[in-house]
Design a protein around this ligand. Structure first.
Ligand code: G3P
Ligand code: CA
Length: 251
């Protein structure tokens, strides 16, 4: 299962955060395409659930921040959500961007790139989101092409019980005495700490426990620092930035 974070390039795997959320409206097809064109090895996205039970690729449980709509995602149908403008908030030139479903993104990604799928849960908790996700992965035979992550470790535990062969990663934003215990308690393979709290000891602790480690963060991340710690993957709103750091280190 460790293959999910392996790369043929040198250095850690680069995950395009929300596609390439620094360059294009996050979690849209334009952002995912941009991520790959900037040599991301994988793309990250967030899922919520619509009123009609479709997995929707959007970060917030509400429509307000990243679309022309408002209100909860779970109180709108897929058709209503996909009629919205998901790009103008970022820049008027992106007004044609729409909110994709997970099904659409997986079809686009299949055989082309890996997908890091973050299950968003809370304050809206979606009953059966883990089952909905697994059904979609199986429809496209993509269990080996995804890493499923969440801050909600209960949903990760439940997902893993359904699909022991799908790699999972625990997100967290605190400095823990032993994060490996937390990961093992839900049978996850990847530790995903907030980058600024990461230490070399934590990376060594992860590897000694046969876990991978992939920090996350926004544009404030210091990639020279993170990569020097020996991580397995890095997330980036600007995927070219960690790539440039790695290329400079090789010169
Ligand atoms: O990749 C993990 C990261 O995406 C978690 O934070 O808020 O960007 O979803 P957030
Ligand atoms: Ca995310």
């Amino acid at each position: 299962m460790k293959e999910i974070l392996q790369t043929k390039r040198s250095g850690p795997l680069v995950i395009g955060h929300r596609g390439a959320g620094g360059y294009a409206p996050e979690n849209t097809m334009v952002a995912f395409e941009r991520g790959l064109s900037l040599r991301a090895d994988a793309i990250e996205l967030d899922i919520n659930v619509s009123k009609d039970g479709e997995l929707i690729v959007i970060h917030d449980p509400t429509l307000d921040r990243t679309t022309s709509g408002s209100g909860l995602v779970c109180q709108h149908t897929t058709a209503e959500i996909q009629a919205l403008d998901a790009g103008s908030w970022f820049d008027p030139s992106f007004s044609a961007c729409r909110v994709p479903t997970l099904r659409e993104v997986l079809r686009w990604a299949r055989g082309r790139t890996r997908v890091v799928i973050e299950i968003k849960n809370g304050p809206v908790f979606y009953p059966n989101i883990e089952r909905l996700l697994l059904t979609q992965l199986d429809e496209l035979d993509m269990r080996q092409e995804v890493l499923v992550i969440s801050f909600d470790h209960i949903v990760l535990r439940d997902f893993k019980a359904l699909a022991p062969d799908v790699a999972t990663g625990v997100l967290y934003a605190s400095r823990l005495p032993d994060p490996t215990v937390m990961a093992k308690s839900v049978n996850a393979e990847v530790l995903m700490p907030y980058w600024a709290l990461l230490t070399r000891e934590e990376v060594e602790q992860a590897h000694a426990a046969d876990l991978l480690i992939s920090p996350w963060g926004g544009p404030e991340q210091n990639y020279e620092h993170i990569i020097a710690l020996g991580v397995d993957a890095v997330g980036a709103d600007y995927p070219d930035r960690p790539r440039d750091v790695m290329e400079r280190a090789q010169q």
